[in-house]
Design a protein around this ligand. Structure first.
Ligand SMILES: Cc1ncc(CN)c(N)n1
Length: 218
């Protein structure tokens, strides 16, 4: 069995919980409160910038030049999406340019930055994989239900993550992580699984934090 098959199987229950989150249910129906989406968008812009830096760091630590190029392109892609979402939503929603990260956003981005810099590069690649894979699965799942929804105000977001361009990157990230896993020891493969599972939990937390409009207690 490929590492990625084992990894997805291990997070399947969390993935189901992600689909059940009120944020995703309401986004699917187009009924999500604008203020919640606005909060999410602002946090996601911060997230995507830091995610781009983590991908760049991973790129610089890989040996195979095709892999270096792929992660460098992923980093560019994350920042391009951040800019595009900025253009389409920041102005209409009135989000300020300077965003302070929520506790969950800071936790998640620092987790990725720390893994990308200090963990084995195989573990770093596994840690960023849910950011690709979960969004593709969630994007496809939501898209498949859109025939029943008229004029969903979140169509741009849904199209970004259910589109062909994103799907290509996701397939490439899965394939490279499998390649890295195939040359890793059993112990290292186990650490890769743990990182994949942790980042999946953090994805769940990120959506929930947006729904709750999470703030710093003090
Ligand atoms: C929190 C989060 N995770 C993943 C993605 C998709 N790259 C995103 N935009 N935001």
């Amino acid at each position: 069995m490929k590492w990625s098959e084992q990894a997805w199987g291990s997070i399947e229950p969390i993935y189901q919980k992600i689909l059940e989150l009120p944020f995703n249910q309401e986004l699917t129906a187009g009924t999500l409160d604008k203020e919640r989406f606005k909060f999410y968008m602002a946090q996601d812009a911060y997230y995507l910038g830091e995610f781009g830096k983590a991908l760049s760091t991973i790129s610089s630590r890989l040996q195979d030049l095709n892999q270096v190029l792929a992660y460098s392109q992923f980093a560019t892609g994350a920042i391009v999406v951040e800019r595009a979402l900025h253009e389409s939503y920041f102005k209409t929603l009135g989000i300020p340019d300077e965003v302070k990260p929520s506790p969950t956003c800071l936790l998640y981005t620092n987790y990725l930055l720390s893994k990308s810099a200090f963990a084995n590069v195989e573990v770093a690649a596994a840690a960023v994989l849910p950011c690709f894979w979960i969004y593709k699965e969630v994007g496809d799942h939501i898209y498949a239900q859109q025939s029943a929804v008229r004029d969903n105000p979140y169509k741009n977001w849904i199209d970004t993550y259910s589109g062909e361009e994103f799907a290509q990157s996701v397939m490439q990230a899965i394939q490279i992580t499998d390649q890295l896993a195939s040359e890793a020891s059993d112990k290292l493969q186990g650490e890769m699984l743990e990182a994949f599972q942790m980042a999946t939990r953090l994805e769940w937390m990120f959506w929930e934090a947006a729904y709750q409009k999470e703030s710093w207690a003090i």
